[in-house]
Design a protein around this ligand. Structure first.
Ligand code: DLL
Length: 433
């Protein structure tokens, strides 16, 4: 039986949802106009006043925000309320430039945790479940968000955070964890470690996993499901909008329902910023509908995906986003061809490898080179050079037909690529552009 955390919203009619979105949108724009001088200035520069915004149809008149705006206005420039009303900050793991800091009031946290509670309920979670949160806690939103959602659902929550893998497995077994929350790459590592310890799916009580924070392929989903003996569900979100729970997967496992009563999505052409019709692939842009401390209008996520309003068998009417292929800034342009790491992952897993790989890009004599380092599994490990060469050639052929360009493959020994406890770093781009 399908369960819902907030059924009236999750299954609202299209008319009801539009009415709610419209009402909240007008309030949110007014809030930003009155309380966020940075955005008001952007509106004025575009020649848009508050009276030009009368309904959601006018959304397209409004300027977009990007990560550059967030960096420029760091730390308080986009704050929408008095600092005394804020009770928390979270921050992105940004590797370049200034970090992005997002602020929350108590009410913001409550709504965010409700979104996570919807996600946990959608995978079958109830107050009889034990939910182990193995996302990082701290500035990263994964741990705190799912922790809050798990409390709301009433699960017994185990806040292990990430790392200390043997202890994670011990808790899963001793405390009978039924729902595991972590990045997909960490879930794969937990499965690998379990195998090394001689444990199989029947030795653990897990039934579901809520995995997100990074792009992962359908093939990786199948692998994790088989190794851990669970159903693996996707979850999406970003710090700027709250954290995990912006969208979540249901029993159908064909994309994530967006919590569109809180986050209004658009898909745009990343080059022209033109809004694309439903079903087109493009960059996902969100407008928050009821945030107090950190409201964002038309925020460009840089994530590439498409939206679908096809009827879902779970009964939810919330619009669905397809699994993001990755971020537009993760997309590699190799000799003029667009390559997503997730496409490479698909080929590797289809050839029987695990998702332990690294993509090294370089430029030699003005030509881009693509080198995929992938670990042999312990079962296929050999020092027979002929065998290794044959395997490398098979993979190169597979990559050529998926990507349309030639990639070099280097098979490396099991365990020689560093495992990740959070988001995996898959790409090393040595080109100096
Ligand atoms: O990763 C929030 C999160 C935590 C989501 C736990 C899900 C689970 P950030 O660190 O701000 O926040 O990174 C946000 O991660 O723009 C996407 O590029 C990527 N991302 C998040 N979820 C997915 C997913 C968190 N399910 C950025 N599939 C986003 C693909 C994802 N990419």
């Amino acid at each position: 039986m399908e369960r819902y955390y907030q059924e009236e919203i999750e299954r609202a009619s299209r008319e009801r949802m539009l009415e709610l979105q419209n009402e909240k949108f007008l309030k949110q724009v007014r809030h930003v106009w009155n309380d966020v001088p940075y955005y008001r200035k952007k509106m004025e520069e575009k020649g848009v006043g508050i009276d030009d915004i009368r309904s959601l149809d006018d959304l397209k008149k409004l300027p977009m925000l990007s990560k550059a705006d967030l960096r420029e206005s760091y730390p308080y420039g986009l704050l929408g309320c008095d600092l005394t009303k804020c009770v928390r900050i979270q921050s992105t793991s940004g590797t370049t430039g200034k970090r992005v800091v997002a602020f929350y009031t108590l009410e913001d946290i409550d709504l965010w945790e409700e979104c996570c509670a919807r996600a946990i309920t959608a995978v079958g979670g109830t107050n009889e479940d034990v939910c182990q949160v193995s996302y990082g806690y701290g500035l990263f939103t994964g741990g705190p968000g799912l922790n809050g959602g798990s409390h709301k659902v009433g699960c017994l929550t185990i806040p292990t955070s990430s790392g200390n893998t043997d202890r994670q497995i011990m808790f899963i077994r001793d405390l009978e964890t039924t729902i595991l929350c972590c990045t997909p790459s960490y879930a794969a590592y937990l499965g690998e470690r379990m195998k090394e310890m001689g444990l199989g799916p029947n030795d653990i009580p897990l039934k579901a996993g809520i995995f997100g924070a990074e792009a992962w392929s359908e093939e990786m989903r199948r692998d994790i499901e088989n190794t851990l003996g669970i159903k693996a569900y996707d979850i999406y979100g970003l710090t700027e909008l709250s954290g995990p729970g912006v969208a979540f997967e249901c029993s159908e496992q064909t994309g994530m329902h967006i919590n569109e009563d809180h986050f209004y999505p658009e898909i745009i052409d990343p080059d022209t910023e033109e809004v694309l019709p439903e079903g087109s692939e493009g960059e996902l842009v969100f407008t928050s509908l009821d945030k107090e401390a950190f409201p964002l209008i038309r925020y460009r996520t840089r994530d590439i995906c498409s939206l679908s309003r096809e009827k879902c068998s779970c009964g939810r009417t919330l619009v669905k986003m397809k699994k993001p292929k990755g971020r537009s800034d993760d997309m590699l342009i190799i000799r003029g061809v667009n390559v997503f790491p997730s496409q490479i992952e698909t080929v590797l897993i289809n050839h029987g490898y695990a998702a332990n790989y690294q993509i090294i890009v370089d430029r030699v004599n003005s030509t881009d080179t693509l080198d995929v380092r992938v670990e042999m599994t312990p079962e296929m490990f050999t020092d027979n050079l002929g065998e290794i060469e044959k395997r490398q050639k098979d993979l190169m052929d597979g990559l050529k037909s998926m990507l349309g360009i030639k990639a070099k493959v280097s098979l490396v020994a099991p365990k020689s690529i560093t495992r990740s406890e959070g988001k995996a770093v898959r790409v090393i781009d040595n080109r100096k552009i």
